[in-house]
Design a protein. Structure first.
Length: 944
């Protein structure tokens, strides 16, 4: 079996787990446990012996992102922990979760898949995706545990997702700087040594991400907070596996990031502080699960600190302690779950006599807790002694190394004390009444298996050399032969003395536990970690609300001000930092001067106008002048697009004006001043941008690329059209989706809300007050023009690949024809057209997607296919352009139909030829007729 097959098998297990849980109920745990055991055996057969095993499958070739997997010593160690401990936890779950729980087994199995993908990934983007999947699994497993778990789950997600953002920043920076997504290449890139500033920033981001996942100060609060989750979740995710994701990340980046001083400084300082803090907090807890949670925080701090030391010996100690911690901590959490099941409580003040009430389980618990305390001859003792020895021999110097080792010893004193607290407070005394042990055998077996593994691992620690030493070697770039083999006994040395001090200090703390409890029975800090996270969450929401308040209004000026200010500021800053030629040289043609004057007149008229209709007319003058300017410069495609857009803009704006007062609301001097400043700044940026872009008249590399390859790759000679429907078709497809959303939004908004405002003032009687008479010219003009314009739009669609035209221009032309037909109607109710605009828009998007599917025949979605058949050039781009045509046509039809509806909730009644009132016909997009020339049924409506 290959790595890809191993990962696929894990994904298949996650897919099958819910169905098995529905059929087998609680026994589904046996199935998942057996499957994970099988995957563990397969993993062992794949263990690399002569170098890393790598496999790769292209995922996003354009971005050089591949599903690239690598099994080396480090990934093998963590994959073994993920699958091995996962199998035991699932065995435990078979008795713990008795009811049908498909969601539980789905998430637990999917978490195993995500963790396996994380540790095997040799693509930094794939690694990040897997990292985020573990975060989501943790959140969902906590959330589903109880009705009160929403708040802890949210806080957990806030902290761990925040770390994910830090990792995303590091991943993005590394991919951009190194030019590759291959993790091995990224870590071996010389940038780590050649650019200390960049390396330091990235190292800090990676450390921050790992600290959030591995519950390091000040992000530690989420782990104890997550203890509302059931015992299997705590044992697997929050003790043995998920929190190890941060440790894996630190070990994987250790060799590269150690080149900067930021890395060891952060890891050692934060790690030791967290180790001591976690030990103290664990001593304060009376809830067994909270005690083990804070002990996990403390042990992870010790791991982070020893990784920060960075030597091969330190990484060897870290690798061994990863195994030891996974065993004794999963054993501890599963023991707590078993006690809670049978005793009904986790409070050590209420537990007593468990040694006689649960002798087998209590014996296994003592083994596990002794390993956590680091007592010989258990695996926890061997790993902790290596940790202390590596710290004492820190490359920072003897004094610094001794200080680090003493701080770790202080944390270990607390470890011994809280470990003994579990035994002393719960095992002695009269046996308490417990629930029957029926159905808990697999739970006890899982507790015993992990505890015994920790004991045997200590006595036969040398057998772990093939697992631990390659992991340390890969983490440090050292040959396995250069590392010292593992041993339980290293003679009398400083590390042994420090271990003895830790055990002795812990024993004294147990002896004086009454005084210790009294000293710790108070709040050590003015606020708790949970309170800090809650405050941060509230502050984030409040900040978002304040940002939203900037545009939480119906005034367009408020919506436009913020983006315009940002664009103006960014543009001016870019101009200040940019060097190059400016397009200021040479004289301007007379035509350009005339067009500029006309534009200035239009702008001034629009600004000075006090009526909305006058402003629309003035803005239309500007738009039409710009279209004429484009045409004079030879850009026929752009000019035609601009002209049609301006026509339809004026039509839509006039329809909107029917719902608004005729004149603008007078603004104060302050408002006019602010608006003027924003307008001048935006205009200045536009001017500067234009000058900067026109200063360099050389052909850009992108322009040269499109001109050179357009005809060969797409078969089209209209380069503008080939860019839209061939080279950048995915962008165009996204824009079509946006247009579809806009059509839906208009429909929902304008058909579900009652327009605000009263009845418009009736026009004074005059020769044009009869709508049947004042539309004669438009109706006469529409009769010959509408068919010609529709035919012209189809012609523009068909020729667009080789001449000015295309789907967008054709749709604008066709929509202009229907707009003319709409405006020629004699009444509001007769105006809407019998065309399903939403369906047209949807079909257009589907047609565009369908043309993209055709491109898969040549290996890529939306890849253009073209060929000559009987002298006619055929291309799938025409199908895509048809989708563009339909989508744009439907959106414009929606805008004209919906915005042209009567502005009143109760449309006025018309009168028949005898003057009797008639019931109003519904005004909808699909239920009105095209106006006839002799339709005089609405002669008493307001003139159009």
């Amino acid at each position: 079996m290959t790595l890809m097959m191993l990962l696929a098998a894990a994904a298949t297990l996650a897919a099958l787990a819910p169905a098995v849980a529905r059929s087998w109920g609680g026994r589904a745990g046996w199935f998942v446990a057996a499957a994970l055991t099988l995957l563990t055996a397969v993993l062992v057969t794949l263990r690399p012996t002569g170098g890393a095993l790598t496999e790769s499958v292209a995922w996003i070739p354009a971005a050089d992102i591949s599903l690239r997997l690598q099994l080396d010593g480090l990934s093998f160690l963590f994959a073994l922990v993920v699958l091995g401990v996962g199998a035991l936890v699932m065995l435990y779950s078979a008795a713990y979760v008795k009811e049908k729980a498909p969601g539980f087994y789905l998430l637990m199995a999917f978490f195993a898949f995500a963790m396996l993908a994380l540790v095997l990934a040799d693509d930094i983007v794939v690694m990040f995706v897997a990292w985020e999947l573990t975060t989501l699994c943790s959140y969902l497993l906590i959330l589903r545990s109880s009705p009160d778990a929403a708040a802890p789950a949210g806080r957990t997600l806030l902290v761990t997702a925040g770390g994910g953002l830090a990792l995303l920043g590091a991943v993005t920076a590394l991919v951009v700087r190194t030019g590759t997504t291959e993790l091995t290449a990224v870590l071996n890139d010389p940038v780590w040594r050649e650019d200390p500033l960049f390396a330091g920033i990235v190292a800090a981001l990676v450390a921050l991400a790992a600290m959030t996942k591995s519950a390091q100060f000040p992000f530690h609060a989420w782990l104890p907070d997550a203890m509302v989750a059931p015992a299997p979740v705590s044992a697997y995710l929050h003790a043995a596996a998920m929190v190890k994701a941060g440790i894996y990340l630190l070990m994987r980046f250790s060799e590269a990031a150690s080149a900067t001083w930021v890395w060891p400084t952060i890891l050692v300082t934060v790690g030791l502080g967290t180790a001591i803090m976690g030990a103290v907090f664990a001593l304060q807890r009376t809830d067994l699960k909270e005690l083990f949670a804070y002990s996990t925080v403390s042990q992870l701090g010790l791991l982070v600190a020893v990784i920060g030391v960075g030597t091969p010996e330190a990484l060897t100690a870290a690798a061994l302690h990863v195994v030891a911690h996974a065993l004794f901590k999963s054993s501890g959490f599963m023991y707590v779950g078993l006690v809670e099941k049978r005793a009904g409580t986790r409070d050590i003040r209420e537990l007593h006599g468990l040694a006689r009430a649960m002798p087998w389980t209590s014996a296994m618990a003592v083994l596990g807790v002794a390993g956590m305390a680091g007592l010989p001859p258990l695996l926890g003792f061997a790993s902790k002694e290596l940790v202390l020895d590596a710290m004492a021999h820190s490359p920072a110097g003897t004094a610094v190394g001794l200080g680090i080792a003493l701080a770790a010893t202080a944390a270990s004193v607390g470890t011994v004390a809280y470990s003994a607290r579990v035994v002393v407070r719960t095992l002695p005394g009269q046996p308490m009444e417990l629930k029957p042990a029926r159905g808990t055998v697999s739970m006890a077996v899982a507790v015993g298996a992990t505890a015994v593994a920790g004991a045997v691992g200590g006595l036969l620690v040398g057998l772990l050399d093939p697992v631990v030493l390659p992991a340390a070697a890969d983490a440090t770039g050292t040959a396995v032969g250069e590392l010292y083999p593992l041993s339980l006994w290293h003679g009398v040395n400083l590390a042994l003395l420090l271990s003895a001090v830790a055990v002795g200090g812990g024993a004294i703390a147990v002896w004086q536990r009454v005084r210790v409890d009294a000293a710790l029975d108070r709040r050590l800090f003015p606020f708790t970690g949970v309170a800090a996270v809650t405050r941060a969450q509230s502050a984030t929401i409040a900040a978002g609300r304040r940002v939203g308040d900037l545009t939480r209004t119906d005034h367009p000026s408020s919506h436009l001000a913020v983006p315009l200010v940002v664009i103006a500021g960014g543009g001016l800053l870019a101009a200040a930092l940019t060097t190059g030629e400016w397009g200021l040289g040479g004289g301007a043609p007379v035509a350009d001067v005339g067009l500029t004057v006309l534009i200035v007149v239009g702008v001034v008229a629009a600004v000075a106008s006090r009526t909305r209709l006058g402003a629309v007319i003035a803005a239309g003058i500007v738009g039409f002048t710009v279209a004429l300017w484009f045409y004079s410069l030879g850009a026929a495609d752009v000019a035609l697009t601009q002209l049609l857009v301006e026509i339809l803009t004026v039509v839509v704006m006039v329809l909107v004006l029917r719902r608004l007062p005729a004149t603008f609301r007078r603004r104060g001097a302050g408002g006019r001043l602010r608006g003027g400043i924003v307008a001048v700044a935006a205009g200045a940026v536009a001017t500067v941008g234009t000058l900067a872009l026109t200063g360099d008249r050389a052909l850009s590399s992108a322009g040269e690329f499109f001109l050179r390859l357009a005809e060969d790759e797409t078969g089209g000679t209209n380069v503008v059209n080939t860019i839209l429907v061939d080279f950048r078709a995915l962008d165009t497809l996204g824009e079509l989706v946006v247009l579809g959303i806009a059509a839906l939004a208009m429909t929902a908004l304008l058909t579900a809300r009652t327009p605000v405002g009263g009845t418009p003032d009736a026009a004074p009687p005059g020769p044009l007050s009869d709508p049947a008479l004042n539309t004669v010219f438009l109706r006469s003009l529409a009769r010959p023009l509408v068919p010609l314009m529709l035919l012209g739009s189809l012609y523009a669609l068909l020729r667009g690949h080789n001449a000015p035209g295309g789907g967008f221009i054709a749709a604008l032309l066709g929509a202009s024809a229907l707009a003319l037909l709409y405006l020629a109607a004699v009444s509001d109710r007769a105006a809407p057209l019998r065309l399903p605009y939403l369906a047209i828009t949807g079909v257009g998007i589907l047609v565009a997607v369908g043309s993209g599917v055709l491109g898969l025949a040549d290996g890529s979605f939306l890849r253009p296919l073209h060929a000559d058949l009987l002298g006619v050039h055929l291309t799938t781009a025409l199908v895509f352009d048809l989708g563009v045509y339909l989508a744009v046509f439907g959106v414009i039809l929606a805008a004209v139909n919906l915005l042209g509806m009567p502005p009143l909730d109760d449309p006025p009644r018309s009168r028949d030829r005898a003057g009797a009132p008639t019931a109003p016909r519904p005004t909808t997009a699909a239920s009105a007729s095209v106006p006839a020339e002799d339709d005089h049924s609405a002669t008493e409506e307001a003139p159009r």
